[in-house]
Design a protein around this ligand. Structure first.
Ligand SMILES: CCCCCCCC/C=C\CCCCCCCC(=O)N[C@@H](COP(=O)(O)O)[C@H](O)/C=C/CCCCCCCCCCCCC
Length: 215
């Protein structure tokens, strides 16, 4: 997987999340979902080694899912819906405690799904931020209101220290390779509904199957 060499483009991430949604926006294509994450990881890698502990975890989860997609049951992992049907129907998910299936697709996607909520909050904060807003504060607020609820104290502490190393808003926007601040804000505005839709469809799917608390 190429996560470091290619230049980040917010536009490509937007296209990935946009093209995730199929079947009248009721289902999510796993390949495109992972492409969205790969683009984001590329962005994060460009921010320096301080984020490598986050990057490693995201990459390993993307890799788990890519292995399923490439595997003999790859077709079952084409969409989140087909993955849930297959894994739950074949008892391939540890539902209450970690057992024989510690790396099921369902629990792996759940971790990324929770991170997507952080992303959703962070992008919205960036979109509505002002010139003097601090990216570190926006990122920390988004994290503390979402993903942090699932992390132990040490990870929360480490993450909040790492956020202090985030570049200032202007530099942050430049690395997105979109153009002027207004163009970044416009593209974030365009991206948000797709990210939110992907989040909502996944949340509904996991809720229907009682999968939101997988160990
Ligand atoms: C459009 C550009 C602006 C936004 C750019 C954002 C780039 C973000 C790229 C990737 C996000 C990271 C996704 C992290 C997934 C974390 C999944 C998780 O919760 N894993 C934990 C649980 O896993 P299991 O142990 O149960 O398998 C794991 O313990 C976590 C380890 C690492 C720490 C995760 C800290 C998350 C902080 C998220 C903020 C990233 C900051 C990026 C700054 C732009």
């Amino acid at each position: 997987m190429s996560t470091t060499e290619e230049k980040f483009s917010l536009g490509e991430v937007l296209v990935s999340f946009k093209s995730c949604l199929v079947d009248d926006d009721k289902d999510v294509l796993v390949e495109h979902y992972l492409n969205g994450w790969k683009g984001l990881v590329r962005f994060m890698n460009g921010l320096g080694t301080i984020f490598s502990f986050v990057s490693k975890d995201a990459v390993s989860k993307i890799q788990i899912m890519e292995n399923y997609l490439k595997g003999e049951n790859g077709e079952r992992y084409r969409t989140l819906q087909s993955m849930v049907e297959y894994e739950v129907g074949s008892s391939l998910v540890d539902l209450t405690k970690r057992g024989n299936h510690p790396e099921s697709g369902c629990r792996t996607i759940l971790r990324l799904h929770r991170a997507l909520r952080w992303l959703q909050l962070f992008l919205e904060k960036l979109r509505t931020s002002t010139e003097d807003s601090k990216t570190s504060t926006l990122c920390a607020e988004a994290y503390n209101d979402s993903l942090a609820n699932y992390h132990p104290w040490l990870i929360r502490k480490t993450a909040n220290v790492a956020f202090l190393a985030l570049p200032v808003r202007n530099t942050f926007f430049e690395v997105m390779n979109v153009g002027t601040t207004q163009q970044v804000v416009d593209m974030l505005g365009e991206a948000m509904p797709y990210v939110s839709k992907v989040y909502d469809v996944t949340q509904e799917l996991y809720s229907q199957h009682n999968l939101l608390e997988l160990p």
